[in-house]
Design a protein around this ligand. Structure first.
Ligand code: ME8
Length: 663
């Protein structure tokens, strides 16, 4: 039986500058998905590449004193290098200046024009070179493009237009009727709401510069860069061959939120005009900031991912991106967060599990995987903790990769607990010792499979060190027939010391705020505590999980006033029991002269709440830790050390006058 095809693409990057961590993030996500589908046994085709035409590239090349082609050729090296360093398992890397792409784009432009969907007219309006997009007045803030903080250029030129407006209803219907086409839900709603306004036809050629694919049969016009770029998804799989037909039948685009309109409004209309089916899904990931700030050259905070990998290795970078940010939500990157993840979940949890198992097998069995005796309840209980593969596969299909990572690491932690509980180093009975070490090794074999999509290099190292081939998901179950010789243990992850220079404000010893892990949560349900007059029991949607907390805000709010509010949760507060009800966190609220108001935000549940430059804590804290953090209110915002608390979407608010305290 032939394998099911699975086609996954990233956006193609603009190579006008070196790759940044947003580019790295998208590739890591797509790579995890591609590898998962390979483990499932599907026939995966993974496309990445570069978007090399357009005014932005031409302008940058001119400034560098190079021809655009020479410029993109040089830049392409950096993007390919990034993929190599990150172990991105793409099947093809497409560049829009390649002949195969130019041919496809030219043919399809002609086809759409021949069918009457493209006509000539005059465009007069605004163009943002940064976005390579036409803008309406109302999209600007203070006359500037909000993404690039620059006033767009006024252009007036003869253009070809694509009859986008004719497809408006069809687009709306498609998005409404095909839940899976555009995800996540919040972005789907946003696009549907934008589609309530009438669509203009789309200008699809330019005459004011010449770095692009010529419009067929025209001397002056080149094809608009987006009309050209989107076709990469077809040219990259050899449109219109059988190969194209196979993979296009199950196509999935991974893109960032800033380009969702192009992919879910322009792209479907263009495909229909070409008489081609639509991709199965466009999944939109969130945008990354660095230490709480948007990345920009002028701020000097653009992190070179290749340098980052050079410093920490590819797997800690991959793990941090996949674990730290819930799928679809915006994230913030800081090196100190990466270091914390590296030290805790990679070095301490996974590295240590491998290390101690192998050391004990060498010491007691000369490196030979021992046979096992009777399996006790310890082994049987651990076997039950192997993640349910069909459940993980469903999570992956729903693009909930962060939950998959979380479940795999819960399992790794459980394996460590097994070792701690069974204390093999104290064991004197050789059969029992063999059973424990066989069990640990067998779980490591399963772990090598499950972690491969997340940290491929380390997963392969684990498999090699335990002397086993890397299996597929079918092999991710406890077997009783594993045998062989393990190799000398090698350190998987080095622990990294947090350097003061990397994050000056982030030394936990100096800064109590760095202990807190704050995130946005939505109040889903408010129950009265049956055993206390002043307490509510709140059920919260905290993004990746549901949490129950007990809160003393009952005298200040009715349940109706609270339900639906997006509040700030102290997520890493140690669980406490309030008159028989467990509380797993605490909400932030301010107080002045007896009036209490909760801290609020519009950001999505799960979004991290930060003070710029301070990355969140990862271990549990106590009330005493929290009380060391002095927060107050100014202009209705919560302030720590003169810096406001915020999410990537904006500042946290609290409806209290200046001078209120927050507790
Ligand atoms: O948009 N965080 O190219 P691009 C997360 N050429 N993702 C980010 C990001 C950030 N800070 N900044 C950018 C283009 N990205 C077009 C695509 S596809 C036919 C043409 C993501 O280099 C961005 O959302 O500006 C996009 O998905 C990808 O990186 C390339 O962005």
């Amino acid at each position: 039986m032939s394998k099911k095809p699975f086609y996954i693409t990233t956006a193609i990057d603009y190579p006008n500058a070196k790759p940044h961590i947003g580019h790295a993030y998208e590739k890591i996500i797509a790579d995890m998905i591609a590898r998962w589908h390979k483990l499932v046994g599907e026939d995966v085709f993974f496309l990445a590449g570069l978007d090399e035409h357009g005014q932005k590239i031409q302008n940058t090349a001119e400034k560098a004193g190079k021809t655009p082609q020479a410029f993109v050729d040089e830049q392409a090296v950096f993007f390919k290098l990034l993929c190599e360093k990150l172990n991105i398992s793409y099947s093809q890397f497409i560049r829009t200046t390649e002949k195969r792409h130019v041919k496809t784009a030219t043919e399809l432009f002609k086809k759409v024009r021949d069918k009457g969907f493209i006509y000539k007219g005059t465009y007069a309006g605004l163009y943002c070179v940064g976005c390579e997009a036409f803008k309406k007045e109302k999209e600007l803030v203070d006359g500037k493009c909000p993404a690039h903080l620059k006033a767009p250029e006024q252009v007036s030129e003869e253009n070809y237009f694509f009859k986008l407006s004719e497809f408006q209803n069809k687009i709306i219907e498609h998005i409404k009727n095909n839940q899976e086409f555009l995800q996540p839900e919040s972005v789907r709603n946003e696009i549907l709401s934008r589609l309530k306004e009438p669509l203009d036809d789309l200008s699809v050629s330019r005459t004011s510069f010449n770095w692009g694919i010529p419009v067929p049969g025209e001397k002056k016009h080149i094809i608009y860069v987006w009309f050209d770029a989107l076709f990469n998804y077809l040219s990259g799989i050899s449109y219109p061959t059988k190969k194209f037909q196979k993979y296009w039948s199950n196509a999935h685009h991974i893109i960032g939120r800033d380009i969702v309109w192009f992919h879910t409004v322009f792209w479907p209309a263009i495909l229909w005009a070409c008489e081609l089916p639509l991709p199965k899904q466009v999944f939109c990931h969130g945008m990354f900031t660095v230490n709480g700030k948007k990345m920009s050259k002028s701020l000097g905070n653009v992190i070179d991912p290749v340098e980052l990998i050079g410093k920490y290795g590819s797997d800690p970078v991959r793990y941090t991106f996949l674990r730290d940010v819930p799928a679809g939500q915006d994230g913030d990157f800081s090196e100190s967060t990466l270091i914390k993840h590296n030290n805790a979940e990679l070095a301490d949890a996974l590295g240590n599990l491998l290390q101690r198992t192998l050391v004990l097998i060498h010491k007691n069995f000369q490196g030979k995987i021992p046979s096992f005796g009777t399996l006790t309840s310890n082994e049987k209980e651990l076997e039950k903790e192997i993640p349910d593969i069909s459940q993980l596969t469903i999570l992956m299909q729903n693009n909930q990769w962060h939950h998959v990572v979380e479940q795999i690491w819960n399992y790794i932690n459980r394996c460590n607990k097994y070792i701690a509980d069974t204390e093999p180093w104290k064991q004197t009975d050789s059969t029992r010792l063999g059973t424990i070490l066989y069990t640990a090794l067998e779980h490591l074999r399963i772990i090598s499979i499950l972690t491969w999509p997340v940290i491929p290099k380390s997963a392969e190292k684990i498999a090699a060190q335990i002397g086993q081939p890397l299996g597929t998901l079918k092999d991710a179950k406890f077997k009783k027939s594993t045998h062989g010789i393990v190799s000398t243990p090698e350190i998987l992850f080095k622990k990294i010391e947090l350097q003061k220079t990397e994050t000056p404000k982030n030394n936990e010893a100096e800064d109590p705020f760095a202990k807190l892990q704050l995130k946005v949560a939505k109040i889903e349900k408010v129950d009265i505590h049956s055993n206390a007059d002043k307490l509510y029991v709140l059920t919260l949607n905290a993004g990746t999980e549901t949490k129950q907390i007990v809160s003393g805000i009952r005298p200040h709010y009715t349940p109706e006033q609270l339900v639906g509010k997006h509040i700030v949760l102290i997520n890493n507060m140690s669980p406490a029991n309030f008159r028989g009800v467990q509380s797993n966190g605490m909400l932030l609220a301010g107080e002045k002269e007896g009036i209490v108001r909760v801290a609020e935000t519009h950001a999505a549940p799960g979004t991290p709440v930060m003070v710029q430059g301070i990355s969140p804590g990862t271990t549990q804290i106590t009330i005493a830790d929290f009380q060391k953090v002095k927060l107050n209110v100014k202009n209705k915002h919560i302030i720590y050390n003169n810096t406001p608390l915020k999410t990537p979407d904006g500042l946290i608010t609290v409806d209290l006058p200046d001078g209120a305290t927050v507790r």
